[in-house]
Ligand binder design. Structure first.
Ligand code: MG
Ligand code: MG
Length: 281
């Protein structure tokens, strides 16, 4: 539409991007520590405590407790849970499909990322869960690679959707792209406008400006895209009980290319595989 065609996304200065990289790297490293601790019998609350200690020991603070009513460092969403699962006494079991979402603040700037882990690894995984998680991570990077200065922001959702449709066909599966929860702009707050859809929408959105920072986070299911919120007021589950995967990164878009702020390597390897320019500061 003409209104959004005139709009541009916010942009950060190089100094601000360096602070966001510090926050993003801390989130990425925390997720690496937490993912390594995932094992049969470990509770989601133990993972949460590990994450909080790692963030505080490295000069940051968890951001999720700044969301009114939420107290934990992580969201841990198991099997049919899509997002916003609350860490607790639930012991993980081999073969569980777990989304771990983490946010941290360093010097007032936010990082936000999520990984999906299968308890017990490839040997314990249901093949369809492994394929779902890989397709979801691939769609995250397809969305990231669609970002460039001067492009419309909603190109991200078009790329995510195309990637998921191709993966569904290749894997002989029906995948649902969750529409009730989407990605977002991020900076001095975790959730800022504009939002970033994970599917094609009628408009193409605001123009991406240099220094833009967004959190892209596709949530993909093995069935319906419909979701419900449990009585705890937080946990989002698939309406049909099918399992879901969720991957997220915070990304900076510069004139020179992309910098995946929450990836340990800044996104270098995955961006190279997609032919996208890698442009760290
Ligand atoms: Mg997140
Ligand atoms: Mg997010």
């Amino acid at each position: 539409d003409r209104l959004s065609a005139r709009r541009k996304t916010p942009g950060r200065t190089d100094d601000q991007l360096l602070l966001m990289r510090a926050a993003g790297l801390l989130v990425g490293q925390t997720l690496e520590v937490v993912a390594a601790a995932v094992a049969d019998g470990v509770t989601t609350l133990e993972l949460d405590r590990l994450a909080e200690a790692h963030i505080r020991d490295h000069g940051g603070r968890p951001s999720f407790p700044e969301v009114p009513g939420y107290r934990h460092t992580l969201c841990t969403s198991v099997n049919e849970q899509i997002v916003h699962g609350i860490p607790g006494e639930r012991a993980l079991r081999a073969g569980d499909l777990v989304s771990i979402d983490c946010g941290a603040i360093v010097a007032g700037w936010h990082g936000d990322a999520a990984v999906t882990v299968i308890v017990g690894g490839v040997e314990a995984a249901r093949p369809e869960d492994l394929a779902l998680s890989r397709a979801t991570e691939d769609s995250l990077y397809a969305g990231i690679a669609a970002l460039r200065v001067g492009e419309r922001l909603y190109a991200v959702g078009e790329a995510v959707e195309a990637c998921i449709e191709a993966a569904a066909a290749a894997n002989g599966q029906t995948y649902g792209i969750v529409e009730d929860y989407v990605g977002h702009t991020i900076g001095t707050e975790m959730h800022q406008d504009p939002q970033i859809f994970n599917y094609a929408v009628r408009t193409r959105g605001p123009m991406v400006r240099s220094g833009y920072t967004g959190a892209i986070e596709p949530m993909i299911t093995l069935g319906s895209a419909e979701s419900d919120v449990l009585a705890d007021g937080w946990t989002v589950v698939t309406s049909d009980g099918s399992r879901a995967a969720h991957w997220e990164h915070t990304v900076a878009v510069r004139d020179e290319g992309l910098w995946v702020l929450t990836a340990i390597d800044g996104g270098a390897a995955r961006l190279a595989a997609l032919g996208a320019a890698f442009a760290p500061l």
